[in-house]
Unconditional design. Sequence first.
Length: 161
Amino acid sequence: MRTCLIADSSHLARRVAGRVCGRLGFRSMEVSSGEGLKKAYRRFQPDLTIVDQSVCGSDVGALIVSLRYGLGGLRDMNGRDGIILLTGHDLTEEMIEEARIAGADDYIRKPIDDAALARKLQMANLADRIAVGQSDMAMQSSSRTSSAKPSGKVIQLSDWR
């Protein structure tokens, strides 16, 4: 069964998100703090992580970077990372951009409902994620032969400053 980790400071919001995820076929786990999120993410390696902006504090990017890249590159048996979604009532464009640059797959505004979450999960294509130093064409579908060379631009660490 697929797992979902829900990080939100509000007990009610965690329960609602857990029920939505349950209806979409996920077994959900709930945490209420950033430290709890890091520990649970490291231990359970969830398929889906929903992070509320209240858990991130003032630095959304740092928390998401620590999840996405700071844990030794956790991947499932197919070589994929789990999906990370940022959520909140009053997300700003700056927060969303910071989260995406840090490694979040997308965002979803509260209140979370079945249709919105299902749509975000369908749209979350891991091939669209660009990591520092990785080609944007590096994670194409398995139908491409190994002799084909990626034509994407490689992003250097110096480009991120």
